[in-house]
Design a protein around this ligand. Sequence first.
Ligand SMILES: [Zn+2]
Length: 261
Amino acid sequence: MEYIDTHTHLYDERFDGDRGEAIGRATQAGVSRLFLPATDSASHGALIALAKAYPARCYAMMGFHPTSANDNPRWREELELVARLLDEAPVPFYAIGETGLDLYWSRDFLREQEEALRFQIELALSHDLPIVLHVREAFEETIALLSDYRTRGLRGVFHSFAGTTDHYRRMRTLGDFRFGIGGVVTYKNAKLAPVVAEMELADLVLETDSPYLPPVPHRGERNESAYLPLIATKIAELQGISPETVAQTTTETALRLFRIE
Ligand SMILES: [Zn+2]
């Protein structure tokens, strides 16, 4: 079985002691490709270095995380840096992200986050790349903003999707979007589980968001890509299908999403 982790922060310093081993464990688990979302200038160097070191395994994205705009006087410079790195392309970039809206910590920076998101949507369209969206406590605001681009051919993925069935139905009308499912679906009493049971398998891709959000039975530990099959198994159980079908379909969907041959 082959799996793709569509969202891992493997360049995070929490992997500094065993990054190569973590890639080895992912390989052992059948997780063949790892997609690396960018957050901000503090980690772009580590991200690019990792994609350079493992060109057949690690695929870079470029973008600016919504919460990195909070209380950050340099947020516009960060956006210019994203645009510049996309042009310079020190490694191939396979998506714009992660970007989006996150009002969990504060609502005070919504205007900055919205402008950063619109800037990155334009980058996705001009570079013909998918966009990787992080949405937290901001479903209505995100749907309203994305509605402005409905006819522009925007495509991408709602990463770490944690909305309702209603959000899912409305979000898939906004463009050619897929939905990243991670460890949260395995949590006891997860509100997400019955939603995933109703989603179209062809709309789903797998992700760990490691080192965050470890699936059961690894809660409280550092998450890593080798745990991805646990998420596939849970989706299979919820949809009443085989883990092989989940692995195969989500892998094909991820390859198409990122336009990998
Ligand atoms: Zn992330």
